[in-house]
Ligand binder design. Structure first.
Ligand code: HPA
Length: 270
């Protein structure tokens, strides 16, 4: 794996000669964040050695290198989901690449179903912790100490400093934000009523199909993570409506301007 990552990194370095400081993963409906970046290089996943290819609708599939103000970033336009059939090493491969490119700060975004009854569709939730209920662990198997330790401390998966800062920035921009726990299931089905209830009873505030593997791998390599989730549907008993992918994308699109503004200002001001 180390060599594979190194091969990908040297390919990227040859193409770009660019030292990004931030890695950003653009989740469902957030692909247009690309418009906020002064893009210097764009590389299709399909052209990158060892990279999987994104298949899901609403996800583009390119690595973008560019600046926001004077900050250099690499953005993933489209991520890899376990439900697409990739194994967890493939899902998290880009995070390994980010770290070897010199990135220490990761910003992840996603769409999720809310189970906290004080939430509503379109809310932005700052992820302050997660529950991993994915069926495969990205760190299972041989541990290469060059990446990180065998046993990873997960007491601070989402940087408290980043959370404090993003809350201040949201307040200044008058963007309302929620805060809570994201629970990851593999999908691709949305949850049954009983499952949403379970998610709530476990103590989570929302549920989705991504992010947790990437954050685990980022923490393995001691990266600092900020997670933002758009609540695209509600799964709590009082507010439940039947959800489909189109509605998820539509709700994510509506919240997108705020999330974009928040991420952009965070990168500029953190
Ligand atoms: N469940 C799981 N994943 C999701 C949901 C949901 O309700 N909404 C958006 N992604």
């Amino acid at each position: 794996m180390w060599e594979k990552v190194a091969e990908t990194v040297s390919f990227i370095n040859e193409k770009t000669n660019f030292q990004p400081e931030y890695g950003v993963i653009l989740g469902s409906g957030l692909g247009d964040f690309a418009d906020d970046i002064n893009i210097e290089y764009s590389i299709l996943y399909s052209d990158i050695p060892n990279f999987p290819v994104s298949t899901v609708q609403g996800h583009k599939g390119a690595l973008l290198f560019g600046t926001i103000g004077n900050k250099k970033i690499m953005a993933m336009q489209g991520r890899f989901h376990y439900y697409e059939g990739y194994d967890m090493k493939q899902v998290t491969f880009p995070i390994r690449v980010m770290k070897q490119l010199g990135i220490e700060k990761l910003i992840v975004s996603n769409a999720s179903g809310g189970v906290n009854s004080s939430f509503k569709v379109g809310d932005i939730m700052i992820i302050n912790d997660h529950v991993n209920m994915m069926p495969e662990h990205p760190l299972r198997g041989y541990n290469d100490e060059r990446f990180g330790p065998r046993f990873v401390n997960m007491s601070n998966p989402y940087s408290k400093i980043m959370i404090t800062r993003v809350k201040e920035i949201a307040k200044n921009l008058q963007i309302e934000v929620q805060e809570g726990i994201y629970l990851a299931l593999q999908g691709p089905t949305f949850e049954t009523l009983a499952e949403y209830k379970m998610v709530k009873n476990i103590g989570a505030d929302c549920v989705g199909m991504s992010t947790v593997p990437e954050v685990i791998v980022a923490k393995h390599m001691n990266m600092e993570c900020l997670g933002l989730s758009i609540i695209t549907d509600m799964g709590d008993e009082k507010n439940i409506v039947e959800v489909n992918h189109e509605e998820v994308l539509e709700a994510a699109k509506k919240a997108e301007p705020h999330v974009r503004k928040l991420i952009k200002n965070f990168i500029l001001q953190f």
